[in-house]
Ligand binder design. Structure first.
Ligand SMILES: C[S@@+](CC[C@H](N)C(=O)[O-])C[C@H]1O[C@@H](n2cnc3c(N)ncnc32)[C@H](O)[C@@H]1O
Length: 323
């Protein structure tokens, strides 16, 4: 029955049940009438959403819970709709068994408009639609954890933070919100930067965040920062490529500067990191790295004092210092 959990959540996002409840359609009858759906079915569907924790019942009235408001309300900064609406059909259950089998044969790669996303990243050849879809999805997935990390003081010693492969500015936005007097640089491929500009406007961080368009494999990196963060970036690449990126970070940081890695850490004793690791293998031929593997990469580059902090849920932030 577990298959239904995510599917019901997707349908809830598609129908925008949370938004309808916000607008006063707060009973089974009102929702089914507005959506022109089965009243009997809606009753059972709402029961599932209540068991999943997104709504609750107060007599006959349906209410959004804090969880629902946080992740399913379009007005929330942590709205997960971009993941749940699944523009790449990554989680499509009809397709998932074939995807698992084909990727075990190493033939599958995540595609957008018939082209491999990894290829677009490698060749700096990303079209605007793919950039938009992927950047919205990543923002949904990572922003809550980035906010948690920043508000816990993990970036305390950085004055200017480079968000490398920053996407929407997941970390740069959280950093600048926590430290309104500090600045960040967001470095990503040009079409992604155009989407990032929308997020920076929305969060009113134009004065604090400078966008730098470029390819981190080929172009010069921006300078003038004392912290670099790779948020959900290293898990897209093979070990040797990660080492190249970390070495580059080391070369560009001043003495005492810090590197940060915001990601889920591989832990073979736990299901969710194992699933996410396989998910990355299927989509990019890559993997999640354990804290130990990342510490080794950091130390190989010359960084010292690697440390790990808990961010939100399964996410962590590693940090290390350039001596
Ligand atoms: C998985 S996303 C992570 C986005 C963001 N850091 C986050 O945590 O939401 C990986 C990011 O790396 C960027 N990227 C991939 N290849 C790149 C390249 N060659 N140069 C610069 N950025 C690149 C992608 O455009 C994308 O924004």
């Amino acid at each position: 029955m577990g298959n239904y959990n995510f599917a019901c959540l997707m349908v809830s996002a598609k129908l925008d049940i949370t938004g309808l409840i916000e607008r006063g359609y707060d009973s089974c009858e009102a929702l089914s009438k507005e959506l022109q759906l089965s009243n009997k079915g809606m009753g059972f569907f709402l029961l599932i959403l209540s068991h999943l924790g997104y709504i609750c019942f107060d007599k006959q009235q349906v209410k959004n819970t804090e969880l629902g408001k946080c992740y399913l309300s379009k007005s929330s900064h942590y709205y997960w709709g971009e993941v749940l609406l699944d523009p790449f059909q990554i989680y499509d259950i009809n397709h998932l068994d074939k995807k698992i089998l084909t990727s075990l044969q190493r033939e599958y790669e995540l595609e957008c408009k018939g082209r491999s996303v990894t290829d677009m990243w490698q060749k700096n050849d990303m079209d605007n639609d793919s950039a938009a879809a992927f950047t919205h999805l990543m923002h949904s997935q990572g922003f809550a954890s980035a906010v948690e990390a920043a508000s816990c003081g993990i970036f305390e010693n950085a004055q200017t933070l480079l968000d490398a492969g920053g996407g929407s500015g997941t970390v740069a936005l959280a950093f600048c919100d926590t430290y309104p007097e500090r600045n960040a640089l967001l470095f990503d491929l040009p079409p992604v930067c155009d989407i990032a500009a929308m997020y920076i406007n929305k969060f009113k961080k134009n004065q604090q965040i400078q966008i730098v368009k470029g390819d981190f494999f080929r172009d010069p990196w921006p300078e003038g920062f004392d912290g670099i963060c790779f948020s959900n970036v290293l898990h897209d690449w093979q070990h040797a490529t990660c080492q190249i990126l970390i070495d580059r970070a080391f070369a560009l940081l001043p003495k005492g500067g810090q590197v940060f890695i915001h990601d889920m850490l591989f832990d073979d004793t736990r299901l969710t990191p194992s699933l996410f690791c396989f998910h990355l293998f299927m989509n990019h031929g890559s993997q999640l790295y354990s804290a130990k593997a990342l510490y080794r990469m950091l130390e190989t580059a010359g960084f010292v004092n690697p440390q790990s902090y808990q961010a939100l849920g399964y996410f962590s932030v590693l940090s290390a210092r350039k001596p």
